[in-house]
Design a protein around this ligand. Structure first.
Ligand code: HEC
Length: 113
């Protein structure tokens, strides 16, 4: 009796894991264009410092309304170490070129306050 409960629980966990691991990966592979939600999700990682939708307060550089190409170039420069930084050189390394392009696109469309 006990054993069947355990194996049922394991089977359920296995199913959830399988569903979880195949779902998002397939969805991502199916489309190369980022959905608006994906862009907002990525950009939210920058909000702590650069403000909500890129409108910074307190001396931090804002990202809203900057040119897409400018943002991409800066992120690349941070990544490669050609632009000195206190923190962005570390952060920039955590994103792929595609993710950076998605975020740059997103921030360039936001209105600077
Ligand atoms: C922990 C705080 C912090 C977070 C989080 C953060 N930044 Fe920054 N960002 C900075 C600081 C500080 C600078 C100024 C350069 C430096 O000292 O690193 C900067 C500068 C920049 C610049 C250059 C702006 C300009 O006017 O030239 C860009 C572009 C940028 N960040 C993009 C991003 C993006 C995209 C994210 C989200 C993935 C992000 N940042 C997350 C702190 C942060």
């Amino acid at each position: 009796m006990k054993r069947s409960i355990v194996s049922a629980a394991l089977a359920a966990a296995g199913f959830i894991l399988a569903a979880w691991s195949s779902g998002p990966v397939q969805a991502q592979a199916a489309s190369t264009a980022a959905s608006p939600n994906q862009a907002a999700y990525l950009a939210a990682n920058c909000a702590n410092c650069h403000g909500t939708v890129g409108n910074a307060v307190g001396g931090m550089p804002g990202l809203a309304g900057l040119k897409r190409d400018y943002i991409i170039a800066q992120m690349k420069a941070f990544k490669e170490g050609t632009r000195p930084a206190t923190i962005m050189h570390q952060l920039a390394k955590g994103y792929t070129d595609e993710q950076i392009a998605v975020m740059a696109d997103y921030f360039s469309r936001q209105k600077a306050n």
